[in-house]
Design a protein around this ligand. Sequence first.
Ligand code: 2HG
Ligand code: ZN
Length: 460
Amino acid sequence: MTDPRLADLQASLPNLRLLTEPGDLEHYGRDWTRRWTPAPLAIALPSSVEEVQEVMRWANRQGVAVVPSGGRTGLSGGAVAAQGELVLSLQRMNRALAFEAADRTLTVQAGMTLQQAHEAARGHGLIYPVDFAARGSCSIGGNVATNAGGIRVIRYGNTREWIAGLKVVAGNGELLELNRGLIKNSSGYDLRQLMIGSEGTLGIVVEATLKLAEPPPPSQVMLLALPHMDALMQVFAAFRARLSLQAFEFFTALALKHVLAHGAQRALDGDYPYYVVCEFDAADEAARDAALAAFEQAVEQGWVLDGAIAQSEAQAAALWRLREGITESLAPHRPYKNDISVRIGAVPAFLHEMQALLTQAYPQFEVVWFGHIGDGNLHINVLKPQALADAEFIAQCEQVTKLLAATLQRHGGSISAEHGIGLVKRPYLESTRSAAEIALMRGVRQVFDPHGILNPGKLF
Ligand code: 2HG
Ligand code: ZN
């Protein structure tokens, strides 16, 4: 190991696992974005909080930037290391530490995957309800850093609602124990909530105390085919009034085309412009009858053209695959991703304006719409034509994002609903947050990380 900074690190922490092979630098230096060429100095794989603290002290001493790293499934470049940073991967810190039955909390190390957290919660007869397609690889620390949302927000809210406490290593290496699992704690600023969604710019989350919930009652999964975009919110309002929804997700015919080409199973015979996958409580006959009645009413109104209800867990999984498989099916097309939100009440007006804008702006590209319409959160993926060079494609998309950001601003929406700002959305932060807010955020960052060690260049 020739780099004197790494030699210093190794001298301070002889047992710290460090990787410097080109393959490792590439693997750990990127997330699911493919825009930046990974170029980290090295990868550190600490196995304890003390090692994380010592790495941060070293980083301050040596002036080396640190990129905190979870499962690197992010879509905004928040975990990209392309400027000689040290990547601090928490993958070895992935154990459950404590279950408190009276509190209904589970304390885990930040490198645990979301799926492992689900399994650990189920082992205690409870659930950790945040859920989304990257569950098998994303980490709890990454979920906290982005305030991850997903497919059950409509019922349970974002990650923010489910964090009872955090242990965080601050920029200077100090260990902070934030909120300690308390439900009631009116003792000044809630630094735990400040950490959630801070994208690794204020501290390194090393442990999280997760709130757990009762498992929901048995549910049913339904696929609906819709004739036009207006029907989306009409069906949503009607279903929400009559059923107890756990999820309400939509996608377009183009999304379906890609996911079917990627191996998912067709569930309806016909082809329709819009689809919804929804899941709702169906514990008894009355709840199932209410669902059928809601479906029939939507058909009578002309909002729904066809539908299917899963009759088994396997069928439910197959319906969910139509929605959850979209991101993976689009990946080979190097999509330019938008992850935007407006208030639910603003969705219909916003959808119209945005559809007009995108049809006009992208006549030459395939544009795939899907997402968490019940939360006012849309994912718009623009697919790169094969013949177009990456840089040219991104440049063209950025022009449209400027227009989209202006439209969002008029509707009071957000340029990032759940993926985070990272590197990708940084030029558009001003469309969502005021100049005064951004100045305050800069000040906060300065307090937590005076030497600019933590994830520099991300967020702003
Ligand atoms: C989802 O909802 C994820 O499936 C990914 O947030 C969205 O690929 C995307 O744009
Ligand atoms: Zn999403």
